[in-house]
Design a protein around this ligand. Structure first.
Ligand code: E4P
Length: 214
């Protein structure tokens, strides 16, 4: 499973990129707002740090506006993936962009039928927001399972990005389902490395090593 980092914080991106496990970056307007910087400045810096797909979100609500924004974003760098919200106008735009060879990530996806429409329009990626579904008492991972089944049934190439992750168990569940990608905050990516027994055993080995006559 590919691991994407979900942030617009360039320090986090630089650090995580150095670990060698990051396969992509997803940003959204909320992440960019947190940086307090101009969006284009942040995007250009991210694209200079990593060499992998970088999702940059459009904010227009009509298809012509989304298409215009998407073309501008796509011109920034070959790694740009244009993130488009799952609206009727958004999917109209995705159909056009896909025919132009511009990669798209259909975001804010909350139902399997929405994902089916995204795939039919040629979306490169679809992003189900699992944590947000869990938080209203639904089963976010069930949505991922359903999208996976639909993609297999019809041979859709649209990759599933499991998004709005709230804990490492979401990452494990995504991997067990066979989702293509999981995107997560920096703190969850850090947590993937951790297990208390690892620390205890490494510590014990070092102590024992120091007892060996040198
Ligand atoms: C994914 O691409 C989104 O940026 C992100 O996962 C949204 O998650 P949130 O619910 O934490 O805002």
């Amino acid at each position: 499973m590919k691991l994407f980092l979900d942030t617009a914080d360039v320090n986090q991106i630089r650090e995580a990129w150095s670990w060698g496990i990051v396969d992509g970056i997803t940003t959204n307007p909320s992440h960019v707002a947190k940086t307090g910087r101009r969006a284009m400045e942040v995007y250009e810096e991210i694209l200079g740090i990593v060499d992998c797909p970088v999702s940059l979100e459009t904010v227009a609500l009509d298809a012509p506006g989304i298409i215009e924004e998407a073309r501008q974003l796509a011109r920034l760098h070959r790694n740009v993936v244009v993130k488009v919200p799952l609206l009727r106008e958004g999917l109209k735009a995705v159909k056009t962009l896909s025919a132009e060879g511009i990669k798209t990530n259909v975001t804010t996806t909350f139902s399997p039928l929405q994902a089916l429409l995204a795939a039919k329009c040629g979306a490169t990626y679809v992003s189900p927001f699992v944590g947000r579904l869990d938080s209203i008492g639904h089963d976010g991972m069930e949505l991922v399972r359903q999208i996976k089944t639909i993609n297999v049934n019809y041979g859709f190439q649209t990759e599933i990005i499991v998004a709005a992750i709230r804990h490492p168990k979401h990452v494990l569940d995504a991997a067990l389902i066979g989702a293509d990608i999981c995107t997560m905050y920096f703190e969850f990516m850090e947590m993937l490395y951790l297990h208390p027994l690892t620390d205890i055993v490494v510590d014990q080995f070092l102590k024992d090593w120091n007892k060996i006559p040198k």
